[in-house]
Design a protein around this ligand. Structure first.
Ligand SMILES: Nc1nc2c(ncn2[C@@H]2O[C@H](COP(=O)(O)OP(=O)(O)OP(=O)(O)O)[C@@H](O)[C@H]2O)c(=O)[nH]1
Ligand SMILES: [Mg+2]
Length: 301
């Protein structure tokens, strides 16, 4: 077992014992064993990618995880949730769920909101709301937030917003070689972010999420989006997500002459680890408090 993990778990269990001196050594050992077992057998984190029709949800998942979900340039595309489980070379998995876009039509929305109810209340650990940056109809954003807040208030409070289609923001001058927005686009996106934040806070005053402008098409700021996605996961499940990414490579869109040399070098291969070591490495970032919460929940259960 990784030293930090062992240390955190031992300390959490020791504190638990101090706070509950009536527990016997064997009960405490049981808590330790069950906590460890639960952590090793946790299912992959499940993140719902939500938002209005055509905002770019499927494209976002394609960019984040190098998958090929269907994308439409003309009509509403995704009609049913598509869970995508991504496993990286080291066997780490995460499930992202591509959701149908709401505000498609009266008829379609009846079905879509039912699906949102089910996924957000029963399956998701977190959600990422995709809203297209050039869309100035923030009434739609606010209306949807009211509905979402009714469905899953806690999740919506910490949900992050991905402002998609950065490259489509006025004046559409994207630097083709460096693969970066023009100064005018940066200025406009900053103003859009401020405005979106104000409009969110009008509906959810205690919202704590983050807004990340990005472009799937240009693979721009995808790592920032991934970090925002991590922040939407409940605290006790965050550790599982930490390094399960397989991000679209932004540098693939950059003129090779502009790239600093180290970025183009292949990383040194990591030594092969045993399955148990790999699992334990995954949980090493769990804090003492998180261990304690899991231990307590098992003990109470
Ligand atoms: N310029 C630009 N277009 C994008 C970007 N992301 C998505 N699009 C376009 O936006 C349109 C809709 O993209 P989708 O990914 O299908 O959007 P969606 O939210 O999944 O749509 P529904 O499933 O119908 O709700 C397509 O024409 C995409 O090519 C982006 O970063 N930049
Ligand atoms: Mg879609």
């Amino acid at each position: 077992m990784n030293n930090t993990t062992e240390h955190n778990l031992n300390e959490a269990v020791r504190e638990l014992h101090e706070a509950n001196p009536h527990l016997t050594e064997s009960q405490i050992q049981q808590v330790f064993n069950k906590t460890k077992e639960k952590m090793l057998n946790e299912p992959p984190p499940f993140i719902a990618v939500i938002g209005p029709c055509g905002a770019g949800k499927s494209s976002t998942i394609n960019a984040l995880f190098k998958v090929s979900l269907p994308v439409s340039h003309t009509v509403a595309c995704t009609q049913d949730p598509i869970p995508v489980t991504v496993t990286d070379d080291r066997g780490k998995t995460i499930t992202v769920c591509d959701m149908a876009g709401f505000f498609e039509s009266d008829k379609a929305d009846v079905k879509h909101w039912n699906t949102y109810n089910d996924i957000l209340q029963n399956k998701a650990d977190g959600c990422l709301y995709i809203f297209d940056a050039p869309n100035r109809n923030l009434k739609n954003l606010q209306d949807s937030l009211r509905i979402l807040h009714e469905i899953a208030p806690d999740m919506v409070k910490r949900m992050s917003i991905g402002l998609s289609k950065y490259d489509n923001v006025h004046p559409l001058k994207w630097h083709p070689q460096a693969n970066i927005p023009s100064p005018e686009q940066i200025e406009n996106v900053t103003a859009i972010c401020d405005n979106v934040q104000r409009k969110i806070l009008e509906v959810i005053p205690d919202w704590t999420g983050h807004i990340v402008p990005f472009s799937s098409e240009k693979a721009f700021q995808i790592p920032h989006l991934f970090n925002a996605l991590l922040k939407t996961v409940t605290h006790t499940r965050k550790w599982i997500v930490a390094d399960r990414r397989n991000l679209a490579d932004f540098t693939a869109h950059v003129d090779p002459d502009l790239l600093p040399q180290p970025i183009t070098h292949s990383p040194t291969p990591e030594p092969e680890l045993s399955k148990v070591q790999r699992l334990l490495n995954e949980i090493r970032t769990l804090s003492k408090e998180e261990f304690k919460q899991i231990a307590l929940s098992i003990f109470k259960g």
